[in-house]
Ligand binder design. Structure first.
Ligand SMILES: NC(N)=O
Length: 675
């Protein structure tokens, strides 16, 4: 993180090591012989390069082949016509369980696994909570947007179509810029985090890994469109959550070196005494009183509003869901996702501290805390499991990003500005070209970022400065009829200029002037992120109050389809039910947000530095949340699609009775909500 977060050594404790390079030795306060005189953790890759290629290539190809097979069954056995509406919206009928599972997999980035443990490693127990809470609330609040899209723009394919229908060309182009920047930042973070970890664990060249990782994703996204990514997402989410449970049990139950909350607690206390955390109460890793943890929490909150609200992939999943599944899927998905950073970082991130592993700040900022902890506790099996988990996260989120960008280019560039009367087949053709080109391009971006020494931590913290200004105007586009196009455009551009000016000038004021290190300081990131989102919100709101729009949503309801889609026309009763649910969904979102980012952190403050009992309770909570999410995300989509599975397994002999005259196919049953 920043220099301010560098640990300090308590003067009351003397720690000796007899190494020749004593000054450069990192941690190892418990004198573990296997880490004697280590100056960094990854001296040599724990896995062979062949395993790296096997995971990156074979997994990618296997997923690609499985998805192509599913698409084949759907098209040729169940006679599903792949038109452009279906390719880009999955038929607007996906069920709650699968929607939630897709949300979990889309929102599980390389950073979710890596950066969350980095903040646990640097700030202690506050890091996992701030990471998880600060990135869950956006998904939960987005459930309101998901309902509003169904009510006010049921035929939309992208959120930019809504903006164009309301505010016209200038606003459309402005927010198209923000949307593409968001997708590029997110995809680069995915590929960069993935490739650096693949290199550390297997020795594969980062550039080669950056190029190969998007390839398998291209294959299945290319073949099956949005639904293919949804089916793959279900498997990815399942694997990630099972791996999470394995790691939790290893750290707190079965490990010979740790193996119980009490042992972890004892070691964390020892490390706090030897190398306390600057800005934490008593330098302890066991407290929510953490200045830099709090700064990170705010930056995390701001940045992630951008990566949900301005990322087409979340709008796309909302559009793809059936009306009732849209908001339920986001609420459930957000709450289940919480477990991934919280439980994983409370296990692997804290284990890295409790074992005093020789992980340098540079390695931590590259995202190497979980691979190091997993390798330390479980040897090659642990390293392999992290690799698979990471690959699952990168491929499923990467696929969503590819399909999101392909929709933006197809609908908002090609159809809007070049060929308004284009056919569905032209849209599918272009979508596929974009999927391939964007996949390759993001490999290139990630290589470039690596070569200019921009790491995962920097990108993660800086993203809100660039995309934060678009958050409030985009949210207003579907929720506030009086928000004007002028307010939205001026507000977002003003916010961008303001955020960048504050960030760059504040960073330049530190000794050494403008540099990546200074821009990465916690308070600099905090100032830049807050200026971006708040100044934009203020200007957009003030202009809209004085020069209001008068939107009755007729233009957004008239966004044209290319081929007809019966699910894009919402029945009157469904519309009424959604209107009634809207208020409750909004209240639920606000309540959950209040609990996660205000009440929960506030209630931990009286505990000051956690007692052993309090820490046991904390660990128990992370176990319950992790296991419940794992069971729900694996079982719920299966229960919802039991008819389809029965039909498929019995070759069509059983299960059709549940459907009216076999009106839905088996594969549809995996995703289709009862209407
Ligand atoms: N998706 C995130 N912010 O981990």
């Amino acid at each position: 993180m920043s220099r301010a977060a560098e640990p300090f050594v308590s003067p009351s404790v003397f720690f000796f090591n007899s190494c020749e390079n004593a000054q450069a030795v990192v941690n190892n306060f418990f004198n573990e012989s296997k880490y004697e005189c280590y100056t960094h953790f990854f001296r040599s890759p724990p896995l062979s390069i062949a395993i790296g290629y096997a995971v990156v290539l074979a997994f990618g190809l296997a997923f690609g082949a499985a998805t192509v097979a599913l698409v084949f069954i759907d098209q040729y056995i169940f006679r599903r016509a792949m038109n452009s509406e279906y390719f880009n919206t999955a038929g607007r009928s996906v069920r709650t369980g699968l929607t939630a599972s897709v949300v979990v997999s889309q929102w599980t980035w390389a950073a979710t696994l890596l950066q969350s443990s980095n903040v646990a490693y640097q700030f202690g127990i506050s890091g996992p909570l701030w990471y998880a809470a600060g990135a869950t609330v956006q998904v939960v609040l987005f459930s309101t947007m998901a309902v509003l899209v169904k009510l006010r723009a049921p035929t939309a394919h992208t959120f930019l179509e809504i903006i164009r229908a309301r505010w016209g060309r200038v606003a459309h182009l402005t927010f198209l810029g923000f949307a593409l920047i968001t997708n590029i930042i997110v995809t680069s973070m995915l590929v960069l985090g993935g490739s650096v970890t693949v290199q550390a664990l297997t020795g594969m060249n980062v550039d080669v890994a950056s190029f190969l990782i998007p390839l398998g994703v291209i294959l299945y996204t290319f073949a099956g469109g949005l639904k293919a990514t949804f089916v793959a997402s279900y498997f990815n989410t399942g694997v990630i959550l099972v791996a999470l449970v394995v790691f939790m049990f290893k750290v707190y139950v079965t490990s010979e070196d740790l193996g119980s909350p009490d042992k972890v607690y004892h070691n964390l206390q020892q490390v706090s005494l030897i190398r306390g955390v600057e800005g934490n109460r008593d330098g302890s890793y066991l407290t929510m009183f953490s200045r830099n943890g709090f700064f990170f929490g705010v930056v995390n909150l701001v940045g992630n509003f951008g990566t949900v609200f301005i990322d087409q992939s979340y709008w796309q999943s909302a559009i793809a869901a059936s009306p009732t599944a849209s908001w339920k899927g986001y609420l459930l998905g957000g709450l289940c996702w919480f477990a991934i950073p919280f439980s994983l970082a409370s296990s692997l991130g804290l284990a890295a501290v409790a074992r005093s592993l020789p992980i340098t700040i540079e390695e931590a900022n590259q995202g190497l805390v979980p691979p190091a902890a997993a390798f330390d506790l479980m040897g090659r099996n642990g390293a392999s499991l992290v690799l698979v988990m990471l690959f699952m996260a990168v491929t499923s989120s990467g696929a969503s990003e590819q399909i999101a960008v392909s929709s933006l280019i197809s609908y908002d560039v090609y159809r809007t500005y070049f060929n308004p009367n284009c056919s569905g087949q032209q849209v599918i053709f272009l979508s596929r070209i974009v999927i391939v080109s964007y996949g390759l391009l993001t490999g290139g971006f990630s290589i470039a970022l690596h070569h200019i020494h921009v790491n995962l931590n920097f990108l993660y913290l800086a993203m809100g400065v660039f995309i934060g200004p678009a958050v409030v105007p985009v949210a207003y586009s579907i929720s506030w009829g009086r928000c004007s196009g002028k307010g939205a455009v001026f507000g977002s551009l003003f916010g961008l200029v303001c955020g960048l000016s504050v960030w760059l000038s504040y960073g330049a004021s530190f000794p050494g002037g403008l540099s990546v290190e200074n821009l990465q300081e916690d308070e600099v990131m905090l100032a830049g992120n807050l200026s971006s989102i708040l100044s934009s919100a203020l200007v957009c709101t003030i202009i809209s109050i004085f020069r209001p729009d008068d939107c009755d949503w007729s233009t957004t309801k008239a966004i044209p389809l290319i081929e007809d889609d019966p699910n894009a026309h919402i029945a009157f009763e469904t519309e009424e039910a959604l209107e009634q649910a809207l208020k409750r969904i909004g209240i639920a979102g606000v309540l959950i947000t209040g609990v996660l980012v205000v009440l929960w952190p506030a209630f931990t403050l009286p505990a000051k530095v956690f007692s052993k009992h309090y820490f046991r309770f904390w660990v128990a909570l992370s176990f319950i949340w992790g296991i419940a999410s794992c069971v729900l995300m694996i079982v719920l989509p299966l229960i919802e699609s039991r008819h389809g599975i029965l039909i498929l397994l019995s070759g069509g002999r059983y299960g059709l009775g549940a459907k009216a005259e076999g009106e839905e196919t088996a594969l549809e049953d995996f995703v289709v909500e009862d209407r």
